[in-house]
Design a protein around this ligand. Structure first.
Ligand SMILES: [Zn+2]
Length: 253
């Protein structure tokens, strides 16, 4: 516990340093080259990429099978505690680094660019934050990712279709069932017409269980049977057996 606190304090100190010297790598703090942004080439290459490349029937898709019909699903990197990947996601969520979202949104889209993943998607919806959280954080990290994806694909981002009406606490200490119950009724669709007959890509930062995305997707398709859903996240965390049993592919050092 003490070690963890020290680690957190070190990260906060690093972030203060990054505010003063913004041209340093988010992970290792080394000075970035002029062609690098947010993360140096070396740290980037060592990220635990899922290498799913949007392939059909992948582990992310299987998290939603029998719960809600989804077209496609993909996650870009594995979220492993106390590693470069968790450092990236924490910086995006908690340390006021919205630019990292755009950067990784673009990277996720480039990773899928040569596949048919985006083929007939009409619009992108980032998982909304509750207004209280949005006010506190200043930006929605999922919107930043969505904007990055949109820059590469040209698919529009819509934030006027669904809103978060339940200000849920952190889910990290809750069981799978508690998380699902906690997320029930968390979202409200406010624009029915905009989703009719559309194929929507929902974007979120991390899948831990599928509770948040499931709740958001269910609300989007409620009373809109012709609406289709796909899912894209930056991180894939591991509590679900499907994830924990999947091999972790780390690049060669
Ligand atoms: Zn680095």
């Amino acid at each position: 516990m003490k070690l963890r606190l020290l680690q957190e304090l070190r990260w906060v100190a690093r972030d203060l340093l990054l505010t003063v010297f913004p041209c340093r790598c988010t992970v290792c703090q080394n000075r970035l080259e002029t062609f690098e942004k947010h993360i140096c080439t070396s740290c980037y290459s060592l990220l635990p990429f899922t290498r799913l490349h949007g392939e059909q029937g992948n582990i992310v898709e299987r998290l939603f099978w029998e719960r809600i019909p989804i077209e496609r699903a993909n996650s870009f990197i594995r979220y492993l505690p106390d590693t470069n990947s968790s450092r990236i996601i924490k910086s995006l969520k908690y340390y006021n680094k919205p630019g990292i979202g755009i950067f990784f949104g673009r990277a996720m889209a480039n990773d899928l660019r040569d596949t048919d993943f985006f083929n007939d998607i009409n619009l992108i919806i980032p998982v909304p934050l509750h207004p209280n959280k949005l006010r506190h954080r200043g930006y929605n990290q999922s919107t930043q990712l969505a904007l990055g994806v949109s820059q590469i694909t040209g698919i529009p981002v819509r934030e006027d279709i669904i809103e978060r009406i339940k200000d849920t606490d952190t889910q990290t200490k809750k069981s799978h069932t508690e998380r699902r119950e906690n997320m029930e009724g968390a979202f409200k669709k406010i624009n029915d017409d905009a989703v009719k007959g559309q194929h929507i890509l929902i974007i979120d930062d991390v899948i831990t269980t599928n509770a948040t995305l499931l709740s958001c997707a269910k609300e989007l398709v409620r009373k809109s049977p012709n609406t289709r859903i796909s899912i894209l996240t930056l991180g894939l965390a591991g509590f679900h057996p499907l994830i924990t049993k999947a091999p972790i592919i780390l690049p060669n050092p």
